[in-house]
Design a protein around this ligand. Structure first.
Ligand code: FE2
Length: 380
């Protein structure tokens, strides 16, 4: 038995941003809170979107930070209330979209933010919410999850609820054309880790498998093309589609230890989520190998047809090798000590790591110590 759900209306394709005004009107929005970040506000992108929304009362909240904090949500929510906004428009990567989701839900659910952390705590539907990703990575536009960091505890906290979903997601690959190669790569590796983690998840089902397999092929087949030529709209479209499909798979099958570890490290050290996911992916795949051998062999075949002839375990090992090779070519750190993590950090990180029940290999605290040691030093 399995359940499968795709929530927002999805509008996809070059130029689809032109549909935003129509969608806002259809949802009855008049006073719009645009949730974004300072980096984006400086670009032509937001200016263009704002120009296309003439006739609406627009309030821009641009103070979302990477690994967004509780204070980002609270400040945005206060602005929404002060200005009486009736619709939230999240534009950006995962951080602005996650903050937009929580602001829209907090606008209709009373009390303090931390009452709603965890699973299914929001009682009332959110304000109408439209999400517009500008990176091909998080899949946040189709998920019911938001990660918010407690600024006091430096801990990333999951908010998971169907009341955190958008009414409409607009995915326009043209918005990703100007992304610098590093951000393109980090976002792409986040998306690839979503596809692989949902594919080997304990909650994977035949429908999520279809989405995850297609996502793996699209992302692995296009990430280097977008790095080499950011203006390749075909490759950009494939990456955005891959990230969307991975997001749908993840929304239904959830994630694994790559994200368990990446969230703990990201909350503590404020390092980019995609960098961490990419750097952790081969280690976690290797650690899970005995528990998802068939799926890993299938991944190897998606990445390289010649893997078909390999025996099962060799095929699974080939998948890890291929992903390791991709990470190396992309310039991701092979050891997290390269980005400042230290072996003495491990006990605190383990304390802050949530055990992810959907990871294929049941994970103990000892496993987490071993995973962190491998990820930081490159050896067991
Ligand atoms: Fe992620």
């Amino acid at each position: 038995m399995f359940e499968f759900r795709i929530v927002p209306k999805i509008i996809f394709g070059p130029g689809s941003i032109g549909k935003a005004a129509e969608e806002i009107k259809a949802l009855g929005g008049t006073k719009i809170l645009i949730v974004t970040d300072k980096g984006l506000v400086k670009t032509n992108l937001i200016k263009k979107i704002i120009e296309s929304l003439k006739g609406f009362d627009l309030i821009v909240y641009e103070h979302v930070t990477p690994n967004p904090k509780d204070t980002d949500v609270i400040d945005g929510l206060n602005l929404l209330k002060e200005k009486n906004c009736d619709l939230v428009l999240g534009i950006g990567g995962g951080s602005p979209m996650d903050v937009a989701k929580v602001i829209a839900a907090m606008a209709t659910n009373p009390g303090s933010l931390w009452e709603y952390q965890g699973v299914d705590k929001f009682k009332f539907p959110p304000l109408p919410l439209i999400l517009i990703p500008t990176t091909a990575g998080t899949g946040s536009e189709v998920s019911r999850a938001a990660m918010i960091t407690s600024s006091r505890e430096k801990r990333k906290t999951l908010f998971l609820s169907w009341h955190l979903t958008a009414k409409t997601a607009i995915l326009d690959p043209e918005l990703t054309l100007k992304l610098p190669p590093t951000i393109t790569m980090w976002s792409g590796m986040d998306a690839l880790s979503h596809a692989i983690e949902s594919y080997v998840s304990k909650m994977a089902n035949p429908l999520t498998d279809v989405y995850a397999e297609k996502a793996i092929a699209l992302i692995a087949g296009n990430i280097e093309k977008t790095m080499a030529d950011g203006s390749d709209i075909g490759a950009r479209s494939n990456m955005l589609l891959g990230s969307l499909l991975a997001g749908i798979a993840t929304a239904n099958a959830r994630l694994g230890n790559v994200h368990g570890l990446a969230h703990a490290i990201g909350g503590q050290y404020d390092l980019p989520h995609g960098l961490l996911c990419g750097a952790l992916l081969p280690t976690v795949m290797w650690h899970n190998l005995e528990y998802c051998t068939e799926k890993l062999k299938k991944i190897a075949i998606i990445l390289d047809e010649d893997a078909k002839s390999l025996p099962l375990k060799k095929g699974a090992e080939r998948a890890v090798e291929l992903i390791k090779g991709l990470c190396k070519r992309l310039g991701l750190p092979e050891k997290l000590e390269e980005v400042g993590l230290k072996i003495e950090d491990i006990p605190e990180l383990v304390e802050k790591t949530d055990i992810i029940p959907t990871n294929p290999r049941p994970t103990t605290k000892e496993d987490l110590f071993a995973l962190y040691k491998m990820a930081i030093t490159g050896s067991a």
